[in-house]
Design a protein around this ligand. Structure first.
Ligand SMILES: Cc1ncc(COP(=O)(O)O)c(C=O)c1O
Length: 447
């Protein structure tokens, strides 16, 4: 009899999620959509099988409210770059708590962390702090408009919940048409879709330098050249690439320097902190009439956590470790899929963050994903199709995960052949990820 790391018997049973369901039922009709973070809610998991609430974490493992243990490959949807309850970071937070959390004047950590950021992020001539990713992408957009005297924004991917961005998505209710009219999207790796959308009123191009698809045909260089030529501010949204892809993020990895860059997630190992970096010439507008201030911007626990996290990332070259561990998972998955003849599934992206995809030739990709997720969860792996690697994922975690992949993908292949995948799913399947990947509303040049 085999026991998985969550104590659930292999091939016998799924985790008991009774307490998860009790909390969920209390949230219904009280917390609209039940979650504060879309990717943590029930739409991304097989309802009825997956746990819904987590209670604690340690390293790369988490425990749900019913006591089941899982290897976590979501890592808080990005923030846990080092791992849960990471001693150096937790000690820094505890020491800071003894002195206070939020103060009536500025705190020296604002200066110390800004200096550290300037050392490692190529474009960080100037640095500001805030709390959420949307805070700093929105501040960057406002700065770009102020600096250029223009209004239109071109974007690609996800950049947060604020009006300027969400207006381009299907969930744009409540946003004035005038705001929607001045934001367009473009397609990653399609320089013509960018060129066709630029007009004399274009203030900024904002994008994640990479998501899963690699830049092709000098795409990022071409964007840089285009922006310089047309007086457009280039903004990198480095929520995922920052402190992970390289110590200096994607800017350092690709050697392309954006005018402004926005960071959050990995920088404080779970504490809420976001960072705006950029050229002094633009950032210094924040000393005048471009307003960007918030009560908790200089909150000291998060800054203490960021200082400890950044020092650890530098000292142990964490991005290199993420790459090494992540590569084993990505390549291991693809090797298993090839050996089993699964032509419809592969693991793509970069080693620090990869994604498993399913092709529709074998059936509805969401059904295939739901089946795999259900079986991964049964084997003690909290999985939603991504490998968000952290510094605490161990060789044992990887070896175990690959052994589970072999077993689950073999089951998947048999089910695909029998045409029985859907009937084997024991709950409500996962729903699409909310992210703009098509249907781009590029507009022709206006004048
Ligand atoms: C690329 C990217 N930009 C911006 C954001 C917004 O960050 P936040 O949710 O902290 O506001 C996210 C959040 O997931 C993100 O993935």
């Amino acid at each position: 009899m085999n026991i998985s790391p969550n104590g659930v018997l292999f091939n016998k049973d799924y985790p008991n999620i009774k307490t998860s369901n009790e909390f969920y039922n209390r949230a219904l009709n009280l917390i609209p959509s039940q979650t504060q973070t879309l990717a943590k809610g029930t739409t991304q998991y097989v309802e009825g099988i997956a746990p819904k609430y987590l209670l604690k974490g340690e390293g790369s493992h988490v425990w749900d409210v019913d006591g089941n243990e899982y290897i976590d490959y979501n890592m808080g949807i990005g923030p846990l770059s080092l791992g849960y309850t990471y001693p150096r970071v937790d000690m820094a937070i505890k020491n800071q708590i003894d002195d206070g959390i939020t103060f009536s004047l500025m705190h020296p950590l604002e200066v110390e962390v800004a200096e550290l950021i300037r050392e490692i992020i190529p474009n960080a001539e100037a640095v500001r702090f805030s709390k959420t990713g949307a805070d700093v992408t929105s501040a960057a957009v406002r700065l770009a408009r102020a600096y250029t005297g223009k209004e239109k924004i071109l974007c690609c991917g996800y950049h947060g919940w604020h009006d300027w961005y969400i207006g381009v998505t299907p969930r744009g209710m409540g946003i004035p048409a005038s705001t929607k009219d001045i934001v367009n999207t473009f397609e990653y790796n399609n320089i013509d879709s960018v060129i066709n959308s630029i007009d004399d009123n274009t203030a900024a191009i904002i994008l994640e330098p990479v998501v899963f698809e690699k830049p092709k045909d000098r795409f990022l260089q071409k964007l840089r050249e285009l922006c310089t030529e047309k007086n457009i501010v280039l903004i990198f949204d480095e929520m995922w690439t920052g402190f992970r892809m390289d110590i200096g993020g994607a800017q350092e990895y690709f050697g392309i320097i954006p005018d402004l860059a926005a960071y959050s997630k990995a920088v404080a190992n779970g504490m809420p902190l976001s960072i705006l970096t950029g050229k002094s010439e633009i950032m210094n507008l924040l000393e005048g009439d471009v307003f960007f201030y918030t009560t908790f911007g200089g909150e000291a626990l998060s800054l203490a956590a960021a200082k400890a996290t950044i020092l650890e990332i530098i000292e142990y070259n964490v991005p290199l470790y993420l790459k090494q561990i992540g590569r084993q998972l990505r390549e291991g998955y693809n090797k298993i899929a090839a050996e089993l003849g699964l032509e419809y599934s592969r693991c793509t992206g970069y080693d620090f963050r990869s994604m498993v995809t399913f092709d529709s030739i074998a059936g509805d990709p969401l059904i295939l994903k739901s089946f795999v997720q259900q079986e991964m969860i049964k084997h003690g792996i909290l999985w939603s199709g991504f490998h968000n690697i952290c510094f605490s994922h161990t060789q044992d975690d990887v070896d175990y995960t690959l052994s589970v992949y072999r077993e689950v993908l073999e089951m998947l292949e048999n089910a695909v052949r029998d045409n029985s995948v859907e009937s084997l799913i024991k709950g409500r399947p996962v729903q699409p990820v909310f992210r703009k990947t098509g249907d781009f509303n590029t507009k022709p040049v206006c004048r």
